[in-house]
Design a protein around this ligand. Structure first.
Ligand SMILES: [Zn+2]
Length: 605
């Protein structure tokens, strides 16, 4: 029995005159509807029952992704984005706040060894999403030792936690991701592919650095608040399984951010910055389609079997044909997670895992619904069943707070870029050369002069996603990008791991922790910033669009993800866990000369 997806939209998501969107909003407001699967492949379109959202608005977004394009005259036309005109009037720092920020910078500097140890330790754990056991145990231990109250296993996610300290308003919440990338294992400080454990996961995104940054910043601010009797609450949490977009929507559902005034998220980058308004992040639905057939001897009686793998392959073929007729903004990709056991047995089960991405949540729902329709059609063609559709993750496209971004940007400028030395630049240029870049540019040395304006809706062409999007539609949020990695790398790759337990990461995290701590001080002592952030949130960001979850009410966190991979590699990886009681740095422990680069002009294809 196939469970119908509650907000299936079987008609194309492309804007055409023939798209029919029936308004069933009035009957379904405030809840998802479970209906029996339709007997025909072409189902009547349904729009999501978004809490508080206008059905007409959502319908308009589904059929016309760029409704105001024509009025603007396209590229180069007048720029009428409302967020640009939102007046932001933030008070300047008085002498006291300026002094406290200097204290925070000094404290963060004095904690640089502590910061380095956390960055190196989490790097050495190298854990994939939902399996961040050592990482969570270690980081919560540090927070408890420093006076934070820790609640573990929040939102039904065993490796998730919430640490709090202080009391009263404002409540400032600091988050960052902690999971890593499959097959990205890599020796730090070595400018070519050289894994410690072949085939194992590794921090090929740099998620080992963000929570250490937040912990250093939070401890510095806590000391200042205690010393000066400043009221307020600090909250810290990890982005679990961010690579699968699998946890933050559940944090929102569990009410973690109820009562929070501002969320300061941070993410590793190669630059130092922050942004506001619409982001270039895509909304995402991660779904696994599980097919059920029946086995038979593949040579003796193939006619007696029904191959579930046939359904997977036909679904993929159909999707790849349909791609041509989808909007340019969509991104979609898949892996076959179960393709059968052995060739002489007709596969009775098979599964394919898709990531569907679009520029906003209604559009990504439409894209998913199309995938769902194609999966049903593939089952029909092969006389198999679509046994279940699992939602393994989801996320909105992030939208960030202009007042907070403006405030944070002033702090970033005050901190400035880390001072890189020749060794840091040699490693950066080494890996850039290794990847075939003719004129390796090394590390970024300058903070951008201006806060970037948001991309225009019509210029959005997709890219990655981050489930901080869900948080950002519930609480005023920004993402601090801190310069702890090397520019020009492919991403989700061993190359993105090489800097992440070296002085490049250590300096970048210390710089980021300063900007984060200074912004928390502003939020604690300048109520105008918080008030303006909520004004922007209520009257600009969510004026016409209200948050609704992209997962179904019955969906639960996919806590089994990556368990088999970690079970396979963890025993070998354990031998390389960092021991700060014996070694000053992880590079010292591994006996790596920093930097180790090849003198090569070899281009990697
Ligand atoms: Zn990331």
């Amino acid at each position: 029995m196939v469970e119908p997806f509650p907000w299936s939209i079987a008609t194309p998501v492309v804007a055409t005159a023939s798209v029919r969107v029936k308004n069933r909003e009035s009957a379904t407001r405030g809840r998802f509807v479970n209906r029996r699967p339709p007997s025909r492949i072409t189902m009547p379109s349904r729009i999501p029952s978004a809490r508080g959202a206008s059905a007409a608005l959502l319908a308009a977004m589904i059929v016309a992704p760029t409704p105001s394009f024509a009025q603007r005259g396209g590229r180069g036309g007048p720029d009428t984005r409302p967020e640009v005109t939102f007046p932001v009037n933030l008070p300047a720092d008085d002498a006291r706040i300026a002094g406290l920020k200097k204290d925070a910078m000094r404290m963060v500097d004095s904690m640089s060894t502590f910061t380095q140890q956390m960055v190196d330790m989490v790097f050495s754990f190298g854990e994939l999403g939902m399996q961040e056991e050592e990482t969570s145990k270690y980081l919560t231990g540090i927070l408890e030792k420093n006076g934070f109250k820790v609640q573990r296993g929040i939102a039904g996610v065993p490796t998730a936690w919430l640490a709090t300290w202080g009391s009263g308003k404002p409540v400032i919440s600091l988050g960052s991701d902690v999971d890593d990338i499959p097959q990205a294992n890599q020796k730090p400080g070595v400018g070519y592919h050289d894994p410690l454990v072949q085939g194992a996961p590794g921090h090929g995104e740099g998620h080992n650095s963000g929570v250490p940054l937040n912990i250093t910043a939070a401890i510095a601010v806590k000391k200042i608040m205690e010393r000066d009797h400043i009221p307020g609450t600090l909250q810290l949490w990890p982005g679990i399984a961010e690579e699968q977009m699998a946890a933050k929507a559940y944090f929102v559902r569990a009410g973690i951010f109820k009562g929070v005034d501002v969320v300061l998220f941070c993410h590793v980058g190669s630059d130092f910055g922050v942004s506001y308004g619409t982001s270039a992040q895509n909304a995402l639905i991660s779904a696994q389609f599980n097919f059920q057939g029946s086995s038979a001897h593949a040579a003796g009686a193939p006619w007696a079997g029904r191959s579930a793998l046939d359904a997977v392959e036909l679904m993929d073929v159909a999707w790849n044909f349909r791609r041509e007729h989808l909007p340019l903004t969509q991104r979609s990709h898949y892996v076959i997670t179960d393709g059968g056991d052995q060739p002489n047995v007709v596969p009775p089960t098979a599964s394919v895992w898709y990531f569907f991405r679009e520029t906003n949540s209604p559009l990504v729902q439409g894209l998913f619904a199309l995938g769902d329709t194609i999966a049903r059609a593939a089952a029909m063609m092969t006389s198999t069943k679509l046994a279940s559709v699992q939602i393994l993750g989801s996320g909105w496209s992030g939208y960030f707070s202009k007042p907070i971004a403006m405030d944070m940007f002033e702090n970033i400028k005050q901190v400035g870029m880390p001072v890189w030395d020749d060794k840091d630049q040699t490693l950066a240029r080494g890996i850039q050369r290794e990847l075939g870049q003719k004129n390796p540019r090394g590390l970024s040395t300058r903070v951008p002069e201006q806060l970037p304006t948001p991309p225009r809706q019509e210029d959005l062409r997709g890219g990655g996603s981050d489930d901080i999007g869900d948080v950002s539609w519930n609480v005023p949020t920004v993402t601090l990008r801190y310069p702890a990695n090397i520019p020009g790398l492919p991403g989700h790759n061993w190359a993105n791991a090489i800097a992440m337990a070296t002085p490049i990461a250590h300096k970048g995290v210390t710089a980021g922790a300063k900007a984060q701590a200074m912004t928390v001080i502003d939020l604690m002592l300048k109520p105008t910033v918080v008030a303006q952030a909520w004004d922007y949130f209520n009257n600009v960001q969510t004026k016409d669009i209200k948050y609704f979850p992209l997962m179904r009410p019955e969906d639960k966190p996919a806590i089994w993800l990556n368990k088999a991979i970690m079970d396979k590699y963890r025993p070998e990886m354990r031998k390389y866990y960092y021991d700060p009681s014996k070694y000053k740095t992880y590079l010292d422990q591994l006996g790596i000369k920093y930097p180790t680069v090849r003198d090569t002009t070899k281009a990697v294809p």
